[in-house]
Design a protein around this ligand. Structure first.
Ligand code: SF4
Length: 289
């Protein structure tokens, strides 16, 4: 496989064959993110991607994840070529997944997304991080709440599964609960199939780190983050869908099938908050990206 740099993929793609189509992130300006600092964004030559697909045939994977950050930004002919090759040569593959953000999703029409669905694109993961306008601005996400919602709705309209990734702690201590409520409101408008919860890690050499050093950004406490998660879930009104916080960055892992388990999980989080039992939360050393 022609892998360039560190590859990232959602936890739910841990069993997938990773095919790298792009290197880095086409935006690369979010204040908290250092994932692709080392890589200059570029599209890999199609020949090397097709060679990787050829190599992957013998592995008989059921899922393929197309890396890197925001690989959906690739032009349609490129995406069609890659997905057609997977469809034709890897009959065991049931689903292709990819990261996409509003910049790449809204560049594609519903018809184009439907075409990619026909070729096997089964799920798009979108790091929305927050549904709070002030927070999106503060972290330099480069998109508005309305663009976020429009992107999510477009994926849904194309019949592709949509997985929203949200970030606990990203609004800091002062806007924590506003962020939780506003994020729930955005998710309620989109009705994602999946919600993946991550927790902010303040990484050295990022603008967020500098703000923290200057004492202009404070992460909520560990129990403050549980409160934030509880507030988000309380305000979530998903007709169906799965929310998980199994990513390594979280202090607490929950799995909630909506709408059935919502009240049960709120009860559990309330108990955790009342107990103030540190043992119930992951230690700092157990966390990771
Ligand atoms: S968070 Fe996502 S969109 Fe923002 S810089 Fe990192 S990879 Fe790119």
């Amino acid at each position: 496989m022609h892998y360039d740099g560190i590859l990232y993929r959602p936890p739910s793609e841990s069993q997938s064959l990773l095919i790298q189509m792009t290197v880095g992130c086409s935006y690369n300006r979010c204040s908290f993110c250092a994932m692709y600092d080392e890589s200059e964004f570029h599209l890999k030559p199609i020949e090397s991607v097709l060679e990787d697909i050829e190599e992957g045939i013998s592995y008989r994977f059921r899922r393929v994840f197309l890396c890197d950050g925001d690989a959906l930004i690739a032009p349609m002919p490129y995406l069609e070529k890659v997905m057609s090759a997977i469809k034709e040569s890897m009959p065991t593959v049931e689903r292709i997944g990819i990261y996409g953000d509003p910049r790449s999703i809204l560049k594609k029409s519903v018809e184009e997304l439907r075409r990619l669905k026909e070729l096997g694109l089964g799920i798009i993961y979108h790091g929305i991080e927050s549904g709070d306008e002030a927070t999106l601005k503060a972290i330099n996400k480069g998109v508005t709440v309305e663009e976020t919602v429009a992107a999510g709705l477009r994926v849904k309209e194309a019949g592709i599964q949509y997985s929203a990734i949200v970030l606990l702690g990203i609004a800091g201590r002062t806007r924590s609960l506003e962020h939780a409520r506003a994020t729930a409101a955005v998710l309620n408008r989109i009705q994602p199939d999946f919600v993946g919860v991550l927790t902010t890690m303040v990484i050295e050499d990022t603008p967020l780190y500098e703000l923290a050093e200057q004492e202009k950004f404070y992460m909520p406490s560990r129990f403050g983050l549980v409160e934030e998660l509880k507030t988000m879930i309380e305000n979530l009104d998903l007709k169906k869908g799965l929310l998980t916080s199994k990513h390594a960055s979280n202090y607490l892992t929950v799995r909630v099938v909506f709408p059935y388990e919502k009240h049960q999980i709120i009860k559990l989080l309330t108990e955790v908050l009342e107990s103030r039992d540190e043992e119930l939360l992951k230690s700092e050393t157990e966390r990771g990206l």
